[in-house]
Structure formats: C-alpha cells, structure tokens
Design a protein around this ligand. Structure first.
Ligand code: NAD
Length: 477
C-alpha cells in the first residue's frame, strides 16, 4: 500500500491473493489493509491537504504533475493492459486499445482543466455590493472503486479529484487491485507531495465503510453497485458528507424497424458482450420492434454464436472469463431464474466446461427470448454475458419498457428517422444515450450522471469541489 508517500505492508502485514479469473491461479499477493491503515491513510491525506503545498499550487503546477503521470502511463501502457487482463479478465487488446488510452486521456484532460477553474463576479449595484464566487476543493476525498475496469476508472476519477486540489485515499475493489497498486508506483515518481495520493487495498465492506464514516474524509466518491451506494448514503449520514455515486444499470438497447440492421447487430454484440457484459453501461436489454424482430434475431444469433471464447491475451478472443467463481455462480443463478420465469435460452446458458476453460470462470454468451418486462432477468443487473430480448409494438411501448426499471444509466437507440431518434432520446430516463452506435468516444470530457437509482452527485472537476460566495460592501459615497 502507498500511504503518506511511503510504501507500507500495512499494520498487520497480512496478504490476500490476486487471482487470474481465466484459470483461478494466484498470480500475486498484495498487502491487505485494515482499519488502522485506513486511519493512517486518511491522516496522511488530511495533513497533506491542511498543511501541504498541493491545494496552494497553481492549476498549471498541478496540471504539470498530472501530465507527467499521463506520460508515464503511456510509456507503461502494455504493462498496465497486461496486469488488467491477468487480474480482472479483460481482453488484453481491448484494454490496450480502449481502456488505457481513456485512462491517459483522463490525466491529460484534467491536467488542462486544472487551469480553468474559474469563479464568477456578480454586481449588486443597488446596495453598493458585489459578490464573487469561487470553487474550492472539498478536502480529503475517498475514491472507492469497482473491479470492472479498475485502471481506467481510477485514472479518470483520481485525475479529476487531484486537478481540483483535493487529496485522495483510493480504495480499489479487492478483486481489481493489481493495476491500481502498480499505478501507485507512478504516483510515487510523478512528483505529488507526500500524502496527496494514498492507496489502501483490502476487503471492501470494512475498509470502505470506515472511509465513508471517517470524520476527516470530506467527500466519498463511489463507483459500484446500487445496493452499495445505498449503504454509503446511510453510512455518510452522521458526518453529512458530500457523496457522489456512479452505480449499476440495466440498460435498454432499442432497435426500431427503420434501423440499419447490420450495424445495429454489430453494436448490439459489443454492447452486450464486451468485457463479458461486466460494464455498467452494457446494453443488456435488447428491445426489438415487431417488424424487424425475426430478421434482427436471426442475424444476431448467427453472429453471437460465432464469438470466440478464449485466452485474454489472444487477439482473436471475443469473450473472456467473468471475475470470480462467486460471480460466475450468480450469473448462472440468474440464467436458472430466467428459465424458471418462462424465458427461453436460444443460445448459450451454460458454464464452459471444456479444457482449459473449465479451470476459469467462462460462461457462454447467452440470449434469452420471450422475456417480459416484469421478469427478474429484465429488471435486475446480471453483469454477465447475458442479454434479454423483448419485442415491442410501437414507440410508446418501447419507451415504457425501457424506462420500467429502477435504473437510469444508459440506453441505445437505432433508427434512421431523426425526429424519432431525438424524441426517444429525450424520453429515455438515463444519463447517457447512444444514437446509432453504442460507444462513447472521449468519455472523460462528456461526463454523464446516472439517473434514478444509477447515481447522484454531478460530473466533471466541479463534482469534487464546493462553491463559496463572498459578499463585498463598497464605500462608494
Ligand atoms: P460493489 O458495490 O460490490 O463494490 C464497489 C466498491 O465498494 C468496492 O471497492 C467495494 O470494496 C466497496 N464497498 C463494498 N461495500 C462497501 C460499503 N459498505 N461501504 C463502502 N464501500 C464498500 O461493486 P463491484 O461488484 O465492485 O462493481 C460492479 C458494480 O459497479 C456494478 O453494479 C456496476 O454497474 C457498477 N459500476 C458502475 C459504473 C458507473 O459509472 N455507473 C461503472 C463501473 C461499475
């Protein structure tokens, strides 16, 4: 762990195993933090914020250190992609081609933003007053991360937190710690003053809860499941903390009769099966317009059945392992629930039991048809390679089904009618909409907040800041 600018084995010196989900072999051991370590990390971050130079540095100076971090990540891109593939089962090439550039972009983008944190002046002439408003950093921010995409998410969020002038304690998910711990080596070299960036690895419930409850932590930023988000809101009540939550999703992917079907099929595959469906914005609910239902499904099943399950390091692999045996079981349980509910698996539905995949956590890409909107598999986030298919008759029904879940994270729409596209986009209750693709280039500079139970707390650098107004009385007469 990295606390107060120094490497530490933690106060107990205990370790936990880092396991490759492709074969369940232990590939590393990491020191496991406990509550004392959390307290030390918070104390270091507190001291660095209250007494250190970081918050008083100019945006340009902070930006230079962030930019240096970006350069070091770029130089080590292959290593980070490898660690991420080995630790959480993302495919190496997708990680190298998409996640690592997005991570670098986070540091570069926020390096520039650090110089642009401006206030406002407002005249109040009738009383010889004016006021000025400034944005101030929150102080100590706890950044609690999930295991899916831990490197990109750490980079995008921590760079914003630091650009704003805060200090930070990072708590990676235990199943996604490896690339974050390696990233701390760059933090150690980039020139951050001691205590500005700290990282404590270990079991989430205890360490995360301590961070949330800690009186010296000013803000909690969590990316994780909706149930965890609700706990964080409860745990933060006694200290009235600012809380920013990026939570789960059950995202509709709507294909209208006038869609470019081959394109829509291609993107529906990406939306549902990239990273084995373990992406918060996965298009896990396919809603198909009646006139194209059969044609789309034929094309879709055909292409999904050709997806290649395989080694995360191979360039030809489409589908890798899911994160743990426990998560694999949870996905298989959902598949069983779907069957009990009367839905039909027209493809997949099983654990892959052939060698060498039997040693890892591989599940066949799965398609459920006959799914009605009230079924649990259509309501709950499965977070695996499982897509539910539901037919709709008209636009109003598509929107009603799309919005009929507690989540509101993302949604995709396929149509060549511009009015229909924009109308549906405005009607969907979600923070991020994809029209005629299912992809977000430049995600860091187009932040989107989750709606409904998918999140709260704002976006961008200001998310990690608070506003102050100063009223100034002038003696003009
Ligand atoms: P999770 O909720 O189990 O864990 C998230 C983090 O919270 C982990 O670091 C965990 O250790 C910690 N934690 C657990 N209990 C805690 C508590 N009581 N107090 C404080 N911290 C606690 O989520 P996960 O399984 O790691 O990640 C998958 C989930 O994350 C999915 O629901 C996914 O949709 C969501 N996610 C959302 C976004 C987004 O941008 N909205 C992005 C990625 C993932």
């Amino acid at each position: 762990m990295f606390i107060g600018g120094e490497w530490t084995r933690g106060s107990a010196g205990r370790t936990f195993e880092i396991v490759n989900p492709a074969n369940n072999e232990t590939i590393a051991r990491a020191y496991e933090g406990n509550l004392d370590d959390v307290n030390r990390a918070v104390a270091a971050a507190r001291d660095a914020f209250d007494n250190g130079p970081w918050r008083h540095m100019t945006g340009k100076e902070r930006g230079e250190i962030l930019r240096r971090t970006a350069e070091m990540i770029r130089a080590d891109a292959t290593k980070f992609a490898f660690l991420e593939a080995a630790d959480v089962g993302k495919t190496f090439h997708r990680t190298l081609g998409y996640s690592i550039p997005q991570a670098i972009d986070g540091f570069e983008y926020h390096a520039a933003r650090a110089r642009e944190i401006e206030g406002k002046v407002r005249a109040v002439p009738e009383r010889n007053f004016f006021n000025y408003r400034t944005w101030e950093p929150m102080g100590v921010v706890a950044e609690i991360l999930p295991w899916n995409g831990p490197f990109m998410m750490a980079c995008q969020k921590v760079s914003a937190i630091l650009a704003a002038g805060n200090t930070v304690v990072i708590k990676p998910a235990q199943d996604g710690s490896l690339s974050n711990l390696e990233l701390a080596k760059l933090f150690a070299k980039a020139g951050f003053p001691p205590g500005v960036v700290n990282i404590v690895a270990g079991p989430g419930r205890a360490l995360g809860a301590r961070l949330v409850e800690h009186p010296d932590v000013n803000m909690v930023s969590l990316t994780g499941g909706t149930e965890t988000g609700k706990q964080v809101i409860r745990q933060s009540a006694d200290t009235v903390k600012k809380v920013a939550l990026e939570l789960g999703g059950k995202n509709p992917h709507i294909v209208f009769e006038d869609a470019d079907l081959p394109q829509a099929v291609q993107w529906a595959i990406w939306a549902a099966y990239a990273d084995q469906g373990q992406i918060c914005v996965s298009g896990s609910r396919l809603l198909l317009h009646k006139p194209i239902y059969e044609e789309f499904l034929d094309l879709f099943v055909n292409k999904v059945s050709a997806l290649k399950i395989g080694d995360t390091m191979s360039e030809t692999t489409d589908v890798g392992p899911v994160i743990t045996r426990r998560h694999e079981q949870s996905i298989l349980d959902y598949i069983a629930i779907g069957k009990q509910e009367g839905a039909v698996t027209i493809l997949g539905g099983n654990k892959v039991t052939s060698a060498p995949f039997d040693r890892g956590n591989f599940i066949e890409p799965t398609i459920f048809t006959g799914v009605t909107p009230d079924m649990r598999i259509a309501q709950e986030e499965i977070f695996g390679p499982v897509v539910t298919v539901t037919m709709f008759n008209d636009d109003a029904e598509a929107v009603r089904i799309a919005n009929g879940v507690k989540y509101g994270l993302a949604g995709g729409i396929w149509t060549q009618d511009i009015d229909r596209a924009l109308r549906t986009a405005s009607q969907l209750q979600a923070g991020q909409i994809y029209l005629n693709s299912y992809y977000s280039p430049a995600i860091v500079d187009s932040p989107a907040e989750g709606h409904k139970e998918s999140g709260i707390g704002g976006t961008g650098v200001h998310k990690y800041m608070q506003e102050k107004t100063v009223f100034v009385k002038l003696k003009l007469d």
